[in-house]
Write a new protein. Structure first.
Length: 121
């Protein structure tokens, strides 16, 4: 599940131009991975993105209080193993999301440096 979260963030999160890596790759006929969610874990995938949408800030972890409130408000009793999986998915989400922010900023910086060099000629 964590690999699927990482791939989702890496390939399906829009950059500053609103374009995803998957879209950029497709434009130049570069393959990108297909995200596979195990059937037995599909409910956890749905739960995770339900919870993820509650974030106050995109790069902040889901709080224990948010897990608890979500579980009570939705009537979905969360078992300890499910909580553990969701926390691991959140860790994968956060680390991947922060990595995408760094990658996008590096892309912007390279673009700006190249533009500055072109203007300097």
């Amino acid at each position: 599940m964590c690999t699927a979260v990482r791939d989702h963030i890496r390939y399906d999160t829009p950059d500053h131009n609103g374009e995803t890596r998957r879209q950029r790759y497709a434009r130049v006929d570069e393959p990108s991975p297909h995200i596979v969610i195990p059937l037995a874990g599909s409910y956890l995938w749905e739960w995770f993105f339900d919870l993820s949408n509650m974030r106050q800030e995109a790069d902040k972890r889901i709080s224990v209080a948010d897990y608890d409130a979500w579980s009570r408000l939705t009537g979905r009793g969360m078992k300890p193993f499910e909580f553990k999986i969701l926390k691991a998915m959140d860790e994968a989400y956060i680390s991947s999301f922060r990595g995408e922010i760094r990658d996008n900023q590096a892309r912007i910086d390279r673009h700006n440096e190249a533009a500055a060099r072109m203007r300097g000629r």
